[in-house]
Design a protein around this ligand. Structure first.
Ligand SMILES: [Zn+2]
Length: 316
């Protein structure tokens, strides 16, 4: 049986999944702050364990590398790459007669700094569906990367500083790697830099980057978290937000930036359908996205339901 209390609980295994309130035992799909808490005991991949403990201090963790099943409370638990950020994992839970796949935040296709997502078959799919609306169809990834690189190069050529706004964990490291691979070195604001050091400690190379110390450097891009005020020390800056939400018309005004580039670490609308096709589930439960997405899946012939209101369902 599982039930939902602002998060999924595998009742039989006594395991809370991606809770942001402290739990006796919690599975952490990835180290974004809305998916974790200071649990008494946390199950996660080795990379998520490193990032979780960097963010929340030393904690007890059971590390579950990808594709290496463990037995836990009568269930077999296996993690698979989710393609969202370093260490991000889907969780497959099997009891011998039924199987459930929890995707957590995920994205299909390549990433510069996360292993590409793998979706095993499961009878029950719990699908993170943030972009579950047809307005959220992202342009091809290569096109988006080329646009970002072109904006950065053009800005540097005018003598201004490109200031890229990206989430501290995941997006910032991916942008760093993408630019560094194209011979554009990156100065990182301190919080981003610290996370990057953990990425490197886990074996994920990011290329040429250094700590930003309030001085521009010719030929370098600057990377800061959302909400960073204008940096007077830079003189003229051109702000570029890198987020999937950039597909919204007017995103750059809302985000108060000069440009908004839709590089996403979440599956877009078409990828969500593709994920369901790959898993071939009997039942789909949708979380995080618009409730209408379950309806759209039903129209496409799937047995789908929104999950998010208090509910109790017999599964295991
Ligand atoms: Zn996330």
């Amino acid at each position: 049986m599982f039930h939902w209390e602002n998060g999924l609980k595998l009742t039989r295994a006594d395991l809370a999944i991606d809770f942001c309130r402290r739990q006796p035992r919690g599975f952490i799909s990835h180290a974004h702050t809305d998916h974790m808490a200071r649990h008494e005991y946390a199950l996660c991949t080795p990379e998520t364990s490193a990032l979780y403990q960097f963010r929340l201090g030393r904690r007890r963790t059971l590390k579950i590398p990808y594709r290496r099943p463990i037995q836990w409370g009568g269930l077999r638990l296996t993690t698979y790459p989710a393609g969202h950020c370093l260490g991000s994992a889907m969780l497959l839970a099997e009891d011998g007669s039924q199987s459930l796949l929890y995707t957590g935040d995920f994205k299909l296709g390549p990433s510069a700094t996360a292993e590409e997502a793998e979706l095993p078959h499961a009878e029950i799919l719990v699908l993170e569906s943030t972009y579950g609306h047809p307005d959220y169809r992202l342009p091809p990834r290569e096109e988006t990367i080329e646009r970002l690189v072109a904006l950065v190069r053009e800005t540097l050529a005018t003598g201004a500083t490109p200031v890229i706004v990206a989430y501290v964990l995941g997006k910032a490291q991916e942008v760093t790697r993408l630019l560094a691979d194209r011979q554009i070195p990156v100065l990182q604001q301190k919080r981003i830099y610290q996370v990057s050091r953990v990425y490197e400690a886990c074996g994920m190379r990011l290329g040429q980057y250094e700590l930003f110390e309030d001085r521009p450097r010719p030929g370098w891009a600057v990377l800061v978290p959302p909400g960073t005020p204008p940096l007077e020390c830079l003189g003229r800056e051109v702000r570029i937000a890198v987020t999937g939400w950039a597909v919204d018309n007017g995103a750059r005004y809302r985000l108060k930036v000069d440009h908004a580039v839709p590089l996403s670490d979440h599956a877009d609308y078409d990828q969500l359908f593709e994920a369901v096709r790959r898993v071939r589930p009997d039942k789909v439960y949708c979380t995080h996205g618009p409730e209408s997405f379950a309806l759209r899946l039903r129209e496409a012939g799937h047995d789908a339901h929104p999950l998010g209101r208090p509910s109790q369902m017999t599964l295991f």
